[in-house]
Design a protein around this ligand. Structure first.
Ligand SMILES: [Zn+2]
Length: 103
């Protein structure tokens, strides 16, 4: 089984941060981030979805919703705190309210 297949199996059962996955597979965060980009595409082909719980600020609860969701932001734009939680990834079945014009 490839690492990406293993990550998919893990994320179906337990939500993980990039750091947790990098520690588990003993690779860099960058490699995991690249894997996640590919995983997002391959699970979508199976009608599943890579769910990302976005990073947020521990101080003021600001939630980071911008596009580059994979990377952990370094600083809160609202209160400048560096106490940022990591985004948490999991895989779930595709939400039925999405893709109404797919067929
Ligand atoms: Zn903040």
């Amino acid at each position: 089984m490839t690492r990406r297949q293993q990550i998919i199996q893990i994320l179906r059962q337990t939500p993980q941060t990039v750091k947790q996955l990098a520690d588990y597979f003993e690779v860099t965060r960058g490699e995991i981030e690249t894997d996640l980009v590919h995983i997002e595409k391959s699970v979508r082909a199976e009608n599943q979805k890579l769910v990302i719980q976005p990073a947020s600020c521990r101080e003021c609860s600001f939630v980071f919703r911008e596009r580059s969701r994979l990377r952990k932001p370094s600083k809160c734009p609202r209160c400048k705190s560096e106490a940022i939680t990591e985004p948490v990834f999991s895989i779930s079945s595709q939400n039925p309210q999405q893709g109404n014009s797919q067929r």
